[in-house]
Design a protein around this ligand. Sequence first.
Ligand code: HEM
Length: 353
Amino acid sequence: MKQLLDDPLGYNDHIRRYSTGVILLSVFGILETGATPPIDVFPFLKYMPDFMSPWRKWALEIRTKQRTLYFDLLNQVKENIATGNYNGCFMEKLLPDKNHAIDDEHLEYIGGVLMEGGSDTTSSTLLSFILAMVKYPDDLKKAHEEADRVCGENRSPTFADLPDILYIRACVSEVLRWRPVAAGGIPHQLIQDDMYNGYIFPKGRIFVANTWSIHHDPDLYDKPDEFIPERYLRNEMGFRTGVTDIDGIRKTYAFGAGRRICPGQHLAENSLLINIAKLVWAFEFLPGKNPVTGEPLSKDAIDTSVVTAWTDGFLTAPIKFPLQIAVRSSNHAEVITRESNTSGEAFDDLHGK
Ligand code: HEM
């Protein structure tokens, strides 16, 4: 919040640094603040010759860099444990437990995958939310009114406010539906032969639950392409009137489907709720300037097409867009500065100081 206040134009970096920071702290206890080749979806790509597969070289380079990063992070936790500098992070609990038979390479990847799974996904959702607020200012106004009614001007929202901010909660559900980060779904592979609805599927078959299609199904959602948080106030699943009792259906597929669903869902939902509540409490989000002419843009000029305004890849995120972030009043600015100054004490606790 303080970084957005001091340097609003750097919003993209601040939000991405924040979400990576949360994971680094909770998984590795470190207080600091990727595109994937589609080989799992199209396994035949494995058989392409090297000259037709430049991604093979990139993948190997990325793997080397990734291993070095994961190795360094694990070593830092080991060093913290050796020097008695505990802070309660996840890896600190996993490392000394010798009852598991996990070698260092797997430990590195457990931590690394948690970090990668949790950083870009959260920042992408926060950025999609901000883009929605620029495009749908009436919704931002309703969120402002709710934040003001619940918190007033002299403090920002806390976790204790979450039960009272129903509209803002509906905004979080809606952004996860409207622009799911893993829009095409994550491939799952059968580890044994299976049968479903009379069809036989052999071991090794790959399935993809297409999140985008489910979240934009007009049989389930009214005007699915529009950002309409109210759908979650009318019906807790967000469904259109008349849609009831679909056996086993989830409220959201943003975190995947089946048993191998995102293990970070609860952390992510809490992180999104508190951040979105704080962001709307503190700021106005307006269209920025035309990068070529320097003229202020109207909201109609803001592109929200998933084809042109979001990145390609397994994980998608808004492409950097012209944005103006303005603090709502000098009172709000004072509170952000005050709360930022005192937040250091919470971090001291995490470092056992
Ligand atoms: C808005 C935030 C997030 C979204 C939208 C999201 C979404 C997803 C999705 C769609 C999957 C694939 C599930 C499947 O295979 O069906 C996944 C897997 C995963 N997520 Fe998340 N995630 C988020 C945040 C997090 C956080 C905060 C963490 C870590 C603390 C995390 C850790 C992981 C891991 C480790 C996996 C791989 C699980 C496995 O392969 O079994 N995610 N996530």
